[in-house]
Design a binder for this molecule. Sequence first.
Ligand code: NAG
Length: 324
Amino acid sequence: MQSPLFKLLVSLTLSGAALAQDGPPESYAEAFPDGLDALDTYSGGLNSLRYPRYAKTKWPWGKVPQYCYDDATGDTPDYCDVYHIEVYEIAYSDCASPTYVCRCNNSPMSIDTIARQYGKLPVKARQWNRYVTSYNGSECSAYSVTTDLSFFGNCQGKQSVFFHELTHNLDRWVAGADLDASYSDTSDWADVISQDTCVTDGYAKSSWGEDYAQTGVVAAFDLKVASVNTLDVDCMSNQINKVEDQLSGVLTGTGSCDRAWALSPTVCMGDEAGAACDDLRRDTKERAGTVASSVDVVPVPALSGEILEKVNGRKIEAAKKAGF
Ligand SMILES: *[C@@H]1O[C@H](CO)[C@@H](O)[C@H](O)[C@H]1NC(C)=O
């Protein structure tokens, strides 16, 4: 029989091994040393994907989705003065549930630029995201909070960034029904990487999750644009195969959306909005918009402490890069 001390030592050794690394080895080669921008334009690139027809409706000034309010003001300094948020409802022809875009009025991306690039994300993958926010910034950077995407600066023509961020959402979907985890945090993903000799680039080495999201961009290119066989990516074939096994359904599926995340309540921008939100008491849990019955509306589960920490890390990192 094993003594309790022996068991304790074994578990300490195991957790020590698991904690030794929080991402792919620094020593790994890089298939795309200059990053994945090349996939935006190579052989037509991700930029050449088509977007569905859409209609846009701007909300009257005064009210915003709570999510957008919190996202814009959750860090210091604010990413946007709340009174400067423009809320748009984008009704894509392939989805009965509209997408809500909160655009800060000093964003370098127009609402049509945002709507088109976001629309280039395949519908079955896009339906795993809810809000899109866009802020000013000195350069294009972005983050995902696993159900919502945010962009800083000018990401026009950088479709790879849209795919990268959406893959963070899909990473959480792959992990399972409760969505309280990410697949990339499992030992399975670390094992897959250990069978390869390279990752996409330096950014992929920053964490298991970033490696997964970068591989998602390569998979999207391979499945939607052109085979990656012409690129020198054999050294990461296990990662690509794994992600394609998991995501090819949502990346190549066509037709219309069949699910959506439930929306957050609508709130008043603040006292200065005055009469613009007289009909909306601060404590009202009014929900924005409506969705068709063809769409399964799923409440957003609470983020676990562990995911929340990762999400905040991504957010702060992206904000810093954009000059906040
Ligand atoms: C956007 O941010 C950049 C960089 O910080 C700044 O130079 C520019 O003036 C800002 N643009 C607007 C319209 O606020």
